[in-house]
Write a protein that binds this ligand. Structure first.
Ligand SMILES: [Zn+2]
Length: 174
């Protein structure tokens, strides 16, 4: 009991940090010395953005987060002490900026543009949505009352210059 108390006090405010520094001292890619840092551990079923997966594959020493698995308990560590390569981190940050510029921002701007269209009475049961499984593609889902409404919606949606692909899941309910 005494030992448990001491361990808890020893880690500052009671937060446990997993030591995952390993033995690697240099980055294989950039031939620079790895630095020490503390990163968050993610639990559960994480949604990885495509550029995160690419970043982990191409720049393994960026080490910006850890995946802790699906099971978590109250004393699972929330953070890990690791080693990372500053050059790998720069490359991952560049990937993230490129992904925001080419995918996230165009999708967000398109959803803003179509708000007016979706305000029309015929399209009150239609929403714009983001498909996370398809590289953050934007799409429409919901229902309209007629084939003519659906045709008109598609014309307006295409005219607003959507990022491609545009994904449709709008049904006609009479
Ligand atoms: Zn590196």
């Amino acid at each position: 009991m005494m030992i448990v108390t001491l361990l808890t006090l020893g880690s500052g405010c009671g937060e446990r940090i997993a030591d995952e520094r390993g033995t690697q001292a240099r980055c294989d890619l950039h031939d620079v010395e790895l630095q020490e840092g503390v990163i968050p551990i993610r639990y559960g079923y994480p949604m990885f953005a495509p550029q995160e997966i690419e970043g982990v594959k191409r720049f393994p020493y960026a080490n910006t987060f850890r995946f802790g698995g699906c099971m978590t308990t109250s004393d699972s560590p929330k953070k890990a002490r690791i080693r990372f390569c500053p050059k790998c981190r720069e490359e991952v940050a560049a990937l993230n900026r490129e992904y925001a510029r080419t995918v996230l921002i165009p999708v967000a701007e398109y959803r803003d543009r179509v708000q007016t269209i979706l305000g029309e009475e015929a399209f009150l049961n239609v929403r714009s949505c983001i498909h996370y499984t398809k590289n953050q593609a934007v799409g429409f889902e919901g229902t309209v009352a007629s084939e003519a409404d659906l045709v008109r919606l598609k014309l307006l949606a295409e005219a607003a210059n959507p990022p491609q692909p545009l994904i449709w899941d709008v049904k006609i309910i009479r």
